[in-house]
Every structure is written in C-alpha cells, then in structure tokens.
Write a protein that binds this ligand. Structure first.
Ligand code: S3P
Length: 204
C-alpha cells in the first residue's frame, strides 16, 4: 500500500468509528463503569464495548500499575506503609477519582473496588455515569480466573485464595452500586457488550 492509500484507509477507519459511535452512544451518558467479581469479564467485555462505541477503554488496575510502577501482586506483597491490601485500596481510590474525570470512556474496576465506601460515593456522585454489574456464578468466575492464570503462566490475583468469602461479602455491593445487571455465564464477550448497549438504550 502506498502512503496515500494508507492515509485514506486510516481516515476511513476514523470516520467509520465516529459514525458508529454517534449511532450507538447511550444518551446522557459520558462514561460506563463495569463492576463485578474477579473473572466476570470487566476487562475483555469493556475493551469490546469501548471499541463498539468509539470510546477509550480504561482499566483501573492498569492505571494503578502505571502510576505506581509496580504490578498489583507486587503492591499486595510489599510490606510496610507502601504495601499490602490497605495501601492498594488507597492507590485504587486515587486512580478511580482520576479516571472518573474523563469522558467517552469505558472503565473496568478491580473486583474489590466497591468494598470501599469512598469508591462507592465517587461512583454515585459522578454525573452521567452508568455502572454495569457483570454477573456470573462463583464456579464460572473461578474457572475463568484459572484459565487466565494458565494463559499468562502466573497467578495474577492475590485475593483469589479468599474468593468464596469475598464473593459472599461483595455480591450485595455490586448490586447496590449498579443500575444495570448483565448475566455473562451464557454469553460470549461480544454478546455481553451488546447486552450492555441494549440495557443502556432501554434506560435512556
Ligand atoms: C481484586 C481484584 C483484581 C485486583 C486486585 C484485587 C479484588 O482485579 O484489583 O487483585 O479485590 O477482587 P480484577 O477483578 O480485575 O481481577
């Protein structure tokens, strides 16, 4: 392909995305936040959803890692003031506040973010924000986490060993902060993204 043809193809792609976005962007909403337990598909569904809307996809864990310079497991494993779950939760709240300041974004939360009252208040008080709960039974969630670990060759979720207790403690919080609930066990990633758009357009 010549440089001119490449440029034309790029422009066509940008116009295609903008046209698609104008047609499907939910009315009155500037950001969609995905919540749910580890393995619920927040990152994979969120990326597809952002692509569908022509919006940016932002992952809260990735933002924490970018700002801190350490991976999530490294932060959890560190001792002293700059490590452990309590420190991770502080970093999480600061990163969430920053991400919620952006527009035309799909944000994937970490599974534990709704446990913090500060995070729940941030979500509740940010205007034009739709929170969507991606649901699945615990067995499905654990299977997906295991598949992720096999794919990456590492155990990337420090709290997976406590999954049962954490799931029980968090379920009602996911429900409480969300205006939309999408069952993901029987849906593909693409179908879950479509279901979110349908649910948002029904509500608008
Ligand atoms: C956590 C979930 C992880 C990550 C951290 C803590 C949790 O995110 O934020 O390991 O408390 O459930 P994912 O839900 O994206 O795995």
């Amino acid at each position: 392909m010549t440089a001119t043809l490449e440029l034309e193809a790029e422009i066509e792609e940008i116009v295609r995305k903008q046209t698609a976005a104008a047609g499907s962007a939910p009315k009155g909403i500037d950001r969609i936040v995905l919540t749910g337990f580890m393995g619920s598909g927040k990152t994979s569904v969120g990326s597809v959803l952002a692509e569908r809307l022509g919006w940016r996809f932002l992952d809260l864990d990735a933002e924490i890692e970018r700002r801190d310079g350490r991976s999530v497991p490294q932060i959890f494993a560190a001792s002293g003031e700059r490590g452990g779950e309590a420190h991770f939760r502080k970093l999480e709240t600061a990163a969430l506040a920053t991400l919620l300041g952006q527009r035309s974004v799909v944000v994937a939360l970490g599974g534990g973010a709704p446990e913090e009252l500060g995070n729940r208040l941030l979500l509740e008080q940010t205007p034009r924000t739709a929170v969507v709960y991606l649901e699945a039974p615990l067995e499905t969630l654990l299977e997906r986490c295991e598949q992720d670990d096999t794919r990456t060759g590492t155990a990337v979720r420090p709290l997976l060993a406590e999954a049962e207790q954490r799931f029980a403690a968090r379920r009602h919080l996911y429900e409480r902060i969300s205006a939309h609930r999408i069952e993901t066990a029987a849906r593909s990633i693409e179908a879950a993204a479509d279901a979110i758009l349908e649910s948002l357009s029904r509500a608008s």
